[in-house]
Design a protein around this ligand. Structure first.
Ligand code: GLA
Length: 376
């Protein structure tokens, strides 16, 4: 989970308590269990089939998972129409040493996607994190001049985007450039980013220009987290509006979708309505919903009926909303394949954030989502 203030958690936890006392809270754990058994007897429609009239459904992957001889490879082929590299297309993976590009891992994912009729989202070209130090600092440890840093950015983007021209259909050109927590809206950009320290927000504009030049057909996205909260969505709106007004090539906004069981329908709809005004495409780029109602809730390594119930409520609400906006949402990508592998797991505290379980089999929440799509 990303940075949330403790106040926010208190409000959200309260909202969950109120909600669960007023709705089918009558559902006892025992009843839930039985219902889950019944649901699991149903036949799962592969996700890519289930959502084919609405948006591409995707997953973030490691190169090792893109192998049809493994359960992961089979699950990918069955369920997903779009792949994102979880790590191996980030700047520190592709160009750890200046001028030396390492393509093997990224190539493997791209080739697997091509072989299995999937699209690839490229992630990510410009980021303050998981980027090599040489991009920002000289041999004395001082920040580069704007000229040097800009030239290096141009070379990185041009080389990477050109290599995957025609294979990567959408790029997260800039990741997480806006300041995260600032209720008064005074601080707009993430000022601790070395990119920002070197040249202010100018790198954002340039990154989009370089990417468009290298592949005019690729869709170019600005990607961020916490984008459904008022303090951040307005900044993202202003950024994208400014870029568009200045003729900077941007096609869409990626909402990372590291949401929670407390995510509210009103935050989602307000954000989607606001972004709709920009006339851009939207991708949900990193969807995962951990089972916990707060950071303070004790961790568990067993998936239980309370977790299942929470996820059914949350994922049903979320997919209902996403389907309502499928004219502008064109890709929904989970940040993983199934519950066996997720960045959210901690020792003694598993997050179980997906629709597929640790064996990559559909969970009860999967069937809940399937039912709501079928009802449309
Ligand atoms: C961010 C990044 C992703 C990934 C996740 C969590 O959301 O965009 O690449 O690193 O954090 O791991």
């Amino acid at each position: 989970m990303k940075i949330y203030s403790s106040n926010l958690w208190t409000i959200l936890a309260f909202a969950l308590v109120v909600f669960s006392c007023t709705d089918p809270a009558e559902v006892t754990p025992e009843l839930e269990d039985k219902k889950d058994d019944k649901d699991q007897a149903e036949v799962a429609i592969p996700l890519r089939e289930l959502f084919k009239d609405y948006f591409l459904i995707g997953a973030a992957v490691t190169p090792q998972q893109t192998d049809l001889g493994t359960a992961h490879g089979q699950a990918l082929k069955t369920h997903y129409a779009s792949l994102t590299a979880e790590n191996v297309m980030k700047p520190d993976a592709l160009q750890r040493v200046k001028g030396q590009f390492t393509w093997d891992n990224a190539d493997r994912i791209v080739q697997f996607a091509k072989n299995n009729n999937m699209k690839v989202r490229g992630h990510t070209l410009t980021w303050h994190s998981q980027s090599p130090d040489w991009m920002f600092y000289d041999e004395n440890g001082d920040l580069h001049t704007p000229e040097v840093a800009m030239k290096q950015l141009e070379e990185h983007i041009t080389t990477v985007v050109s290599r995957y021209k025609g294979d990567v259909y959408a790029w997260d050109v800039v990741n997480e450039a806006m300041f995260d927590w600032d209720p008064n809206g005074q601080i707009i950009y993430r000022e601790d980013s070395p990119w920002y320290k070197i040249m202010g927000p100018a790198y954002i504009d340039s990154a989009f220009v370089y990417a468009r030049r290298a592949d005019p057909d690729a869709k170019l996205f600005y990607n961020d987290y916490n984008s459904i909260f008022s303090w951040k969505r307005n900044k993202i709106y202003d950024l994208v509006k400014r870029l568009k007004d200045n003729g900077i090539p941007i096609d869409g906004i990626g909402l990372q979708g590291h949401w929670s069981v407390n995510t509210t329908e009103s935050d989602l709809r307000t954000t989607l309505n606001l972004f709709r005004e920009l006339g851009v495409e939207l991708h949900i780029t990193e969807l995962d919903i951990p089972v916990y109602a707060s950071n303070d809730e004790p961790g568990s390594t067993e998936y239980n009926s309370t977790f299942s119930f929470r996820q059914k409520v949350a994922y049903s609400m979320i997919f209902n909303v996403l389907l309502d906006y499928s004219d502008i949402i064109t890709n929904v990508t989970f940040w993983g394949i199934g519950d066996d592998h997720t960045w959210l797991d901690k020792p003694g505290r598993k997050a179980f954030p997906f629709l597929l379980d640790e064996e990559l089999k559909p969970k009860p929440v999967y069937f809940e989502v399937q039912k709501l799509v079928q009802k449309r």
